[in-house]
Ligand binder design. Structure first.
Ligand SMILES: C[S@@+](CC[C@H](N)C(=O)[O-])C[C@H]1O[C@@H](n2cnc3c(N)ncnc32)[C@H](O)[C@@H]1O
Length: 340
């Protein structure tokens, strides 16, 4: 029998089902991580290494079931076990202990409580049907807080990268549109205290922001302005506009609408900073961005990830010109545009 012409012989690398099984079991790993966080395993380990029975007593959980989740996390390399004692690994200490460089526990809570249930309706969304999930406008105050604190946690490294890599010295008044809890503004103000800032957000999110900002030294530097950026004009008087992780919530028509609104609010030469998961022209790289497109579709019902080529075109159509595209942290990058 003759060989198929396009089938190269790969004798040294036999095909295995491992890539498929690894991806298919991803939801098991994710849920183990989420539940460990919910039951307080990482907090308990922050009090010091402990045996299963000690952890079970602290957390008021059956030792038998706690062992299942704890050992799964050992197997996944998130925590460590030496003989009978469980302990933080370097990575869980850094990101899940509350004492490390970042705290991703609010982000895990957000994905467990809000995203994970939403993904039960992903097939419906892909079939073009309206998924039977509540929109952010329908969330309880508690859910809004979980969302905002989760987003703040996962975007903290991006906010730091923006403050480190973009020079805000020439700017005087900065508005953060869809700025969540104000965490980007606080991070930027730590370096650029000359700035006067405005946080433009939905009223429910501003309530969370107000509480958080009152615990920072920057309350007097940040004016809170409630509003829906699709319904009302953006306030004038700013020379730099930040939109971080906002464009991906919108469909192209609403993106153009918002970019036009932004252009009408600023003088010629003002800058627009678009922080997002900008992709290559094929929408397949970065990989994380390609996966997140589904999350954005679900959370706002119209979201997606977009390429640098697409945003460049929409900027041109709405009175902006692209100045540059540069990396920030991980899959997040920055598009800088200038009002022309
Ligand atoms: C993914 S979060 C990003 C928050 C913040 N910029 C960050 O990157 O951490 C998107 C934010 O946009 C806000 N938002 C969504 N639609 C909005 C609208 N129509 N008007 C004002 N804000 C809106 C949401 O409340 C949410 O806080």
């Amino acid at each position: 029998m003759s060989e198929l012409p396009d089938t190269p012989a790969k004798e040294s690398q036999p095909l295995t089902s491992e890539p498929i099984l690894r991806i298919a079991s991803g939801f098991l790993a994710a849920k183990q991580l989420f539940v460990a966080n919910e039951v307080g395993l990482f907090d308990a380990l922050s009090r010091g290494p402990a045996t299963l029975n000690e952890l079970a007593t602290q957390l008021h959980l059956p030792a038998r079931t706690l062992r299942i989740v704890a050992d799964a996390l050992v197997a996944l390399g998130i925590i460590e076990r030496r003989d009978k004692t469980y302990a933080h690994s370097a990575v869980s200490y850094a990101f899940l202990s509350g004492s490390g460089s970042d705290d991703l526990r609010p982000f895990l809570r957000f994905w467990n409580r809000l995203s994970y249930p939403n993904w039960m309706h992903y097939e419906q969304a892909i079939r073009g049907e309206t998924p039977r999930i509540r929109t952010p406008q329908e969330w309880t105050d508690e859910e809004s807080r979980i969302f905002s604190e989760g987003v703040e946690a996962i975007t903290a490294s991006t906010a730091r990268a923006l403050a480190e890599s973009y020079d805000f010295h020439p700017h005087v008044r900065l508005i953060d549109v869809g700025g969540g809890t104000g965490s980007f503004l606080v991070t930027i103000l730590e370096r650029y205290s000359q700035l006067e800032c405005t946080l433009f957000e939905l009223p429910s999110v501003l309530a969370v922001a107000q509480q958080k900002l009152s615990r920072t030294p920057f309350t007097h530097k940040i004016t809170l302005m409630p509003g829906d950026f699709l319904q009302v004009p953006l306030p004038p008087g700013h020379d730099v506009i930040l939109m971080a992780n906002v464009i991906h919530l919108l469909a192209p028509d609403n993106i153009r609408h918002l970019l036009r609104r932004a252009r009408q609010a600023v003088p010629m030469g003002a800058r627009l900073l678009l922080v997002d998961f900008w992709t290559d022209a094929t929408h397949t790289s970065p990989t994380f961005a390609a996966l997140m497109a589904g999350e954005f579709l679900l959370v706002s019902r119209e979201g997606d990830v977009y390429s640098v080529e697409e945003i460049t075109q929409w900027l041109q159509e709405t009175g902006w010109k692209l100045n540059e595209h540069r990396p920030l942290a991980g899959p997040a990058s920055l598009v800088v545009a200038e009002a022309c």
